[in-house]
Write a protein that binds this ligand. Sequence first.
Ligand code: CP
Length: 314
Amino acid sequence: MNFTSVTDILDVETFVQEAIALKKTPFAFQHLGKNKTLGLVFLNPSLRTRLSTQIAAQNLGMNVVIVNADKDSWALEFQDGAVMDGNTVEHIRDAAPVLGSYCDIIGVRCFPGLLSKAVDDSEHIMRQFIQWTNKPYLSLESATLHPLQSLADTITMAEHRPAHRPRVVLTWAPHIKPIPHAVANSFAEWTNRLEVDFVITHPEGYELNPRFSGNARIEYNQQKALEGADFVYVKNWSSYAEYGKILSQDTSWMLTNKHLENTNNARVMHCLPVRRNVELSDEILDGPYSLVQEQAKNRVFAAQAVLKRMLENL
Ligand code: CP
């Protein structure tokens, strides 16, 4: 079993309940991971994904080894037929089988370059790790998706679900740098599987890849989108149409308490790390409606639910 997208999970609602149950008995399945090794490869930085996945694996009795491929191992080459007379030292065709021979499950974080839509959409780095390790693959965030984050977000919303059908709003927020689409794509992909009313709001030109936004309603007026919201997910992403470009830095899109006045006492979510007072105001992050720390905590149980299922399928 690979875990790269919500499409790898057939029973999302049941799976979320399994993850919530794991919170009560995190050490009940230590036998599953005995003598099994999880290899985590980071081509990009991480705080939450690294630690939560490591803790989840340890809770399941696994051994964990971690490679920071951008720092303390060889610079990898992913181009087929490359003449390696430049900065890259080891080809993925040589490195990945080594990892595969050491580990039972391989997790990889590989951000997009944001230079070529075709290259990033092809998920060429993730595909090569899957092909050349020949081991079950756990996405720690790929060029287009961040499914462990979205599972944690889905768990968090399930824990705070109101009695009525919830209204969930994904809102674009300003940022100083071009940011990948993975969290927003993935949140849309998972939320489209839930029994909720789902609205995405952003300035024109920030439409996500329709493959992931699906049937979500797009509303360009942020205030209108936020009316009656139960959950507001705040995230920046760069343009997909004008690939990787920043088209707006309109500070009025930064979420403040004022933006929440016409919501249904909305709970506010963000995957972290967050640029305070650029994407989200201090008053929200430090206030009673923020769910960001609960989301981060649920990363452990999201990873644990996924690893448990992967171990059961080894
Ligand atoms: N949300 C998230 O993936 O955090 P890290 O980048 O710190 O892992």
